[in-house]
Ligand binder design. Sequence first.
Ligand code: KG4
Ligand code: ZN
Length: 338
Amino acid sequence: MSIILGIESSCDDTSAAIIKDGFLLSNAIANQDVHKAYGGVVPELASRAHQQNIIPVVDHAIKEANISKDDIDGIAFTRGPGLLGSLIVGTSFAKGFSLAKNIPLIEVNHLQGHILVHFIKLLAEKNKKPTFPFLCLLVSGGHSQIVIVKDYFDMEIIGQTIDDAAGEAFDKCAKILGLPYPGGPLIDKLAQTGNENAFKFTKPRIKNLDYSFSGLKTAFLYFIRDNLKENPDFITENNADLAASIQKTIIEVLFDKLKKAIVQTGIKQIAVSGGVSANSQLRKDLISNAKINNWDIFMPNKEFSTDNAAMIAITGYFKYLKKDFVGQDITPLARLHL
Ligand code: KG4
Ligand code: ZN
């Protein structure tokens, strides 16, 4: 029997989770509302909030799992990528806990965590797991990648963004509409009452399986600016249609390359991960595409799409089984590849 405590603090969510033999016992998350007013995450404020939240969040996760601190066999933490000041808080906590309890310390790559989230076992339901190899569309605030997952720790990126990530595109377009950060979930909500064919935006033309979203964001900005000159109420009168139309374009861009990747690799098991995989239209389109094209699809519960420590704990659990541990000299890394 192995019990792993996972810690996630790479951006603006402080989270702790307990995994026992691959089963999730708890997943506590403290979101940081402090950034809303600034239109984006303020690194200095994020690290300060992590420092305040980390002990209560870990305490909550342990209590909810109905275990004691002494039952924990290993502690896993996000080493990167992310904001350095935020990562330092989780890393330092994990080091201290490992030292105090004399248990192994396990470093986790946040991106691997997003992908391995599909292997979390839930007590209440029998969720189907992908088998290797599968394709994962990893779409978050910092990354947009298509990955061939050959094994738990053998992953190959076959396409990725050359500029902004999909989540960034959602957030920046939301900001143009005057919505607070993070705008992705707000666009999702607004779009539900809008007409996705009301406005057309040109999709980027990028070779191979790579993505680009910065041109789309700029086109959206200029489109709004030009229309505001004619009608100062253009945004308020059309916000749902604008949200639905830009959301449709972003999702189409994501699916165009994903379909290409499926044809190229012949792999038909498709998983989605990362914050943008919480998007309701993306999920609907994935289901309808799967029916038409005979794909076997894997979507995490929305709670596990956005940043969470359950994904860090499950990745830590697989590393624990391999005895893949690190020493107290480990340091977090703002930049870290899959
Ligand atoms: O995976 P995540 O929580 O953090 C990173 O690792 O970046 O992803 C956060 C991103 C943000 O850009 C946020 O706006 C986007 O995911 N996001 C969404 C939705 N929920 C979160 N984008 C579109 N629709 C959503 N429902
Ligand atoms: Zn993430």
